[in-house]
Write a new protein. Structure first.
Length: 178
């Protein structure tokens, strides 16, 4: 490997940020690049940037910490305020959020740390607040909130760190508390 055989892509070439957190490729050959300031799609020549806007179907926040394919056309980008799902064939998108009764604190339940999907298309999420299981239609099936309702307003959340898939139904949750 010779460093002179590489091309360096930065903001100067159209990337939204130089801090890259994850990269994946879709079935059409596009590269999807998660950054500290938005999501990018690269066709080998040009970047298309995706950012957080007032639109409820845009990225929940600018910082994208990771990417995961749900299937050959749906890409999930996880952020500190929810999961953003893009259909890479149609361009449609939606956000999957862990609900909380008081919208003022909903962001505390959506600090996504890890996401896994099983063969049935069910989604498993570890956040700073707990563990959540959604079906393939994005309906919440199970929730484990580590923090009590009384702690929500006054406690900084820091439960989840990672999720290890043991098989389709069993997971090891790596937490900050044990």
């Amino acid at each position: 490997i010779n460093e002179k055989n590489f091309v360096l892509y930065t903001k100067q070439q159209g990337l939204s940020d130089n801090a890259i957190t994850d990269v994946t490729q879709d079935s059409n050959g596009y590269l999807w690049i998660a950054t500290g300031f938005g999501l990018n799609r690269f066709n080998g020549n040009n970047f298309v940037q995706f950012h957080s806007t007032r639109d409820t179907c845009s990225l929940p926040v600018e910082y994208v910490s990771g990417l995961l394919w749900f299937n050959n056309k749906e890409l999930a980008a996880y952020t500190g305020k929810g999961l953003h799902i893009i259909n890479t064939h149609t361009g449609g998108s939606r956000n999957l959020l862990v609900p909380w009764k008081d919208k003022q604190f909903q962001y505390k339940f959506n600090g996504i740390m890890a996401v896994k999907i099983n063969s049935a298309g069910e989604i498993f999420i570890v956040t700073r607040s707990g563990f959540y299981h959604f079906d393939k239609n994005y309906h919440l099936l199970f929730r484990f909130d580590y923090y009590t309702s009384e702690q929500v307003a006054r406690t900084p959340f820091g439960f989840g760190r990672d999720l290890l898939c043991l098989d389709d139904r069993r997971f090891a949750i790596i937490t900050s508390v044990g």
